[in-house]
Design a protein around this ligand. Sequence first.
Ligand SMILES: [Zn+2]
Length: 169
Amino acid sequence: MRYPPELQDPDRQPPPRTPVTPPAMPAAGATTESALAFPSFRQLFTLMGRALRLRCPHCGLGSVLRGYATVNDRCTHCGFRFTRSSDSYFSGAMLTNLAVAEGLFAVIFATVLVVSWPNVPWDTLTWLMPLGVALAPIILLPFAKVAWLTFDVAFRPVTPDEIEAPTRT
Ligand SMILES: [Zn+2]
């Protein structure tokens, strides 16, 4: 914005505009560009079964995780790359996990309250609730990561360039 001529002070003008450069895109080959697709119920059931067994959503054989909740780079069986976009691909899973775990916990708490009213076991709840709040997200995290990946694969099918010959070590 410029002031009208009678108000213009040569010493107090807005600085010249500098062009804004858009943020750099992730390197090609690291991002999945598959089209959206809607899975059939049968496909969804298959994928859910694989997710519950913490298996690769693409082949159902390789395991997604190693250790407690560390995601493998690729499927050991079919070579599907699990981190489908940036390095922070699974951060959404952690956030969703936290929300779902605590939400689930609130539902259980409310159910206990309603069912046992008016003889609510307050003493038991006093030590059980903080324990549950702390443990629920930890217990559910492996499932949340695999569910996140599986849900993504369900609606964005795996493309050939995401598959690489498995490296057996
Ligand atoms: Zn696989």
